[in-house]
Design a protein. Structure first.
Length: 428
C-alpha cells in the first residue's frame, strides 16, 4: 500500500519509470520539472555540550611569514660589499704592483736566458745550426699585467620565485572557521584549535615506460606506443589539536596526512607547486572535519519539482502545487514553519489518493504517481520529517525504476541516514 494511498495494491505491472530530467515524455501524460536551490541547516555530528562563545584557531608552518629575511640578507650583503669596496680596491692595487714587480723580474730572466741560449747556439757549427734552425732561441717575454679596478658593488634583488612564505594568521583566517559562530579571543566556552604543519617530505621521481594502445588515423587501426609515467610519493604531516574548556577533542596527526600520497602521471610533477598546495589542501580538509563534527553549517541543496504539462486544465492542482513549492523553496526559512511547502504537500497528497497504476489513461497514472512521490520525499527531507520521507521513499522503491531513478533513490537514502544521525546526535 502507498504511504497515504490505498490504491497501491491494484498495481500489477509497471510502465517505464519517470526519467529524472527536466522534460520527460510519457505514454499518457507529459511530466516536466523545474530545478532550483534552497538553503538549509546541517547540524553537527558531535555537538559540544555547553554554549559555545566562539572559536579561535591558529596555524604554524615551517616557512617564513614573508621574504623579509631574504631581502634583509641581500641588503646586508650589499652593504658589506659596499663597506669593503675601498679595501678591495687598495688590495687590487697592491696585487697589481706585486704583479708588475714580478713581471719586471720575469722580463730580466727571460732576456738572460735568451742571451745564454743564443751564445750556446752560436757555438754550434754551421751545419748544426742549419739542422736546428727550428730550435733557434727566441726571446719570449711574459705578458704585461693589466690593472683592472674591481667593479663597484650593486644591490642584487633576491630571487623569490622559489621562495615559499605563509603567514599563520592569514591561513587561519582564510581557511579555518566554525560555522554558526564568530571568531573570538581565547577563553571560556571558546573552541580553540592549533594546526601545525611539519616539513614536506618527498621521494625521488622515477619513471616507468608503459606500452599503450592508440588509434592511428593515418594507419586506420590501433597501434602501440611507449608512454613515460612519472612516479613519486610525498606527504605533509599535519598535527591538529582541538580543545574546549580544558577538554581535548582532537590531538595528533590529522587523518592520513602522515602517510605518503602516490603520484603517477604522464606529466612530470612540479614538486614546488605540490609542496605549496599541501598547505591549502590539508587546511580545507581540517576545516571540513571541524564543521562536520562541531559546526552548524548552512547547506545549499538542489531540488527538482515535478509537475504535469497542463494543456486542458486537468492538472491545475499539480501546477498550483509546483508554483507554491517553487516559492516555498525560494524563500525557505530554516527556523520557520514554511507553510507554503506544507500547502504544496497537502495538494500532492490529495492528488496521490487518485493514483491508479493499472490505467494508463488515469489522471494520476504511474508516471504522475512517481513524480508526486519524488516531490513528497524532497519536501519532507527539506522539513527534516524523516519518518514521513522514508515512507514515501519506500513506496518509490517498490516501483519499477530506471537506473537514474534508482541512483536518485540511493542518494535520498544516504541523505536521510545523515540527517537522522545528526538529529539523533543533537537530541532531536
Amino acid at each position: 500500500m502507498f504511504y497515504f494511498c490505498e490504491k497501491f495494491h491494484k498495481m500489477k505491472k509497471f510502465l517505464l519509470a519517470v526519467a529524472l530530467m527536466s522534460t520527460i515524455t510519457a505514454v499518457g501524460q507529459r511530466v516536466k520539472s523545474e530545478k532550483l536551490e534552497y538553503t538549509t541547516e546541517r547540524l553537527p555530528l558531535q555537538p559540544i555540550n555547553g554554549n559555545i562563545a566562539g572559536y579561535n584557531f591558529k596555524v604554524s608552518t615551517p616557512y617564513p611569514e614573508d621574504n623579509s629575511a631574504l631581502e634583509d640578507f641581500a641588503k646586508q650583503k650589499y652593504q658589506e660589499e659596499l663597506d669593503n669596496y675601498p679595501a678591495l680596491v687598495e688590495e687590487s692595487k697592491i696585487l697589481h704592483e706585486q704583479a708588475m714587480e714580478q713581471y719586471d723580474q720575469d722580463v730580466l730572466t727571460a732576456r738572460e736566458n735568451f742571451k745564454l741560449e743564443s751564445e750556446e747556439f752560436k757555438k754550434l757549427s754551421l751545419v748544426e745550426r742549419l739542422a736546428m734552425s727550428d730550435q733557434k732561441p727566441k726571446l719570449k717575454l711574459p705578458s704585461k699585467p693589466y690593472y683592472r679596478k674591481p667593479a663597484e658593488p650593486y644591490y642584487k634583488k633576491p630571487n623569490l620565485s622559489n621562495s615559499i612564505v605563509f603567514k599563520g594568521e592569514v591561513l587561519a583566517d582564510s581557511y579555518l572557521r566554525l560555522d554558526g559562530y564568530d571568531k573570538s579571543e581565547e577563553g571560556d566556552d571558546v573552541l580553540t584549535g592549533q594546526v601545525v604543519f611539519y616539513d614536506f617530505e618527498k621521494m625521488d621521481v622515477s619513471t616507468e615506460v608503459k606500452q599503450e594502445s592508440y588509434y592511428s588515423r593515418s594507419a586506420k587501426k590501433n597501434l602501440n606506443r611507449n608512454v613515460t609515467y612519472y612516479i613519486t610519493k610525498y606527504k605533509r604531516p599535519t598535527e591538529l589539536t582541538l580543545t574546549y574548556n580544558g577538554e581535548t577533542l582532537h590531538s595528533g596527526i590529522y587523518d592520513l596526512t602522515g602517510e605518503y600520497v602516490e603520484y603517477n602521471d604522464k606529466s612530470r610533477p612540479n614538486m614546488f607547486n605540490i609542496e605549496k598546495q599541501t598547505i591549502s589542501d590539508n587546511l580545507s580538509e581540517i576545516n571540513a572535519y571541524i564543521n562536520d563534527f562541531y559546526g552548524i553549517s548552512q547547506q545549499v541543496n538542489a531540488v527538482e519539482v515535478f509537475y504535469v504539462k497542463n494543456k486542458k486544465g486537468e492538472y491545475d492542482d499539480l501546477e498550483e502545487a509546483k508554483e507554491v513549492a517553487l516559492k516555498a523553496y525560494a524563500g525557505f526559512d530554516i527556523n520557520g514553519d514554511n507553510e507554503l511547502l506544507l500547502d504544496a504537500i497537502d495538494i500532492w497528497k490529495t492528488a496521490l489518493e487518485e493514483s491508479d497504476l493499472e490505467d494508463r489513461k488515469a489522471r494520476i497514472d504511474t508516471k504522475v504517481t512517481e513524480a508526486i512521490l519524488f516531490n513528497l520525499v524532497e519536501a519532507h527531507i527539506a522539513l527534516k520529517d524523516i519518518p514521513t520521507a522514508e515512507g514515501f521513499l519506500k513506496d518509490l522503491k517498490s516501483m519499477k525504476l530506471n537506473y537514474s531513478e534508482k541512483q536518485k533513490v540511493e542518494s535520498y537514502e544516504t541523505q536521510l541516514a545523515s540527517i537522522s544521525e545528526r538529529l539523533e546526535a543533537n537530541g532531536l
